[in-house]
Design a protein around this ligand. Sequence first.
Ligand code: SF4
Ligand code: SF4
Length: 441
Amino acid sequence: MRKATFKGGIHLVGHKEMTCGLETIPAPVPDRVYIPLSQHIGAPCAPLVVVGEEVKKGQRIGEGKGFVSSPIHASVSGKVVAIDLREHPGGSFVPCIVIENDGKEEWADSVRPAGDPALLDAGEIRQIISDAGIVGLGGATFPAHVKYSPVEGKRIEAVILNGVECEPYITADHRLMLERPERIVAGLQYIMRSVGCDRGVIAIEDNKMDAVSLMEQAAAAADNISVVVLREKYPQGSEKQLIYACTGKQVPAGALPLAVGVIVNNVGTAAAIADAVEKGTPLIERYVTVSGSGIRKPANFLVRIGTLFHELIAQCGGYSGEIEKIIAGGPMMGKTVFSDQLPVVKGSSGIVVLRREAAREAREYACVRCAKCIDVCPAFLEPTSLVKMAKRSAWEEAEKSDVMSCIECGSCVYSCPAKIQLIQYIRRAKQAVLASKPKAA
Ligand code: SF4
Ligand code: SF4
């Protein structure tokens, strides 16, 4: 069995024992769901319903405008009671459709299989994936059908499914692999058919050997799919690091995985695709972990899109102790949010709540030039030099030094003995470089 990894990175305390052994529970369906019209990379959807309209579960209620867009569906049946601006877990205010649940759970007529899955061609599979509103469920929320659209002159040599889940506390993908392994393999096969590729890889870290074993059993009949076991290390789940670990190929700076003939998707995305192709089900629910020292009884849930964070936290018995922060996602690459009245969206893998521990020193010290930040950087950057450039507002120099390749993994900050918040300076440099570019029409 191969055990590979990437260069750089750090070893974190995973805290995954809090939830990895807990079976996923269907979360109670709320009385109201709050469904943002922006749940993908690209312009927000336009609403297809008006206030007062009755909707069915799975009905399309938001339509994408651009090529990089994805439709939105009702996660309950009921009545639209508001369409207004509300806060998104990503931090901005976006248009949101509020549906009062009638409790009938009536499916829309459109939710049915498009045909015999065995007879679908590549274009038909892509259309089903597009219609079902499936985006990357690892958090990137890139519309899946766009990723699978053919690019002239580019052949896909491998489709990699990301089952790494290297963020501390989050175990939603781990549970999905234990509970629905056949769905994941079926979804991978549809992705491979949709891009004309005959090699599938399922990548899992060696801290989830139970999932490795079940995924191997589920894929045993498919001789073009293999399970690759990777060494536990952060950020193994980042796209370029994952591709290197699985194939030995280095995606060039500024390029997409397609440049090396690879497509990467999350295991959850694959399971959602299997349901869309075989049952006609759009993406209206997902696995979510609620965990952290500030949660009384951590759990894994199957959650309807639009359920508010506080409803899941209440299902966990509420908060425990004095809360320091609530994070949408994991503590390394997730986003600290300032309210629990935010909805679960397609990209929500977890909610982590951390309790205030003993007072921590916030002060930064002078750089001691230990080079630890350089050693751990998986993007082969010199974070300490980039910080100096940011302090001098030397944006061109930062761009030439490849600042845009920073994946904001936080490994440098985690390793820095001087407690320098390198990532904040680097983010500032990235924003300045982006702002200096002409805007796309
Ligand atoms: S510079 Fe960016 S990519 Fe490198 S370790 Fe720091 S946050 Fe990660
Ligand atoms: S890890 Fe911190 S102290 Fe060490 S070189 Fe980098 S910035 Fe300086």
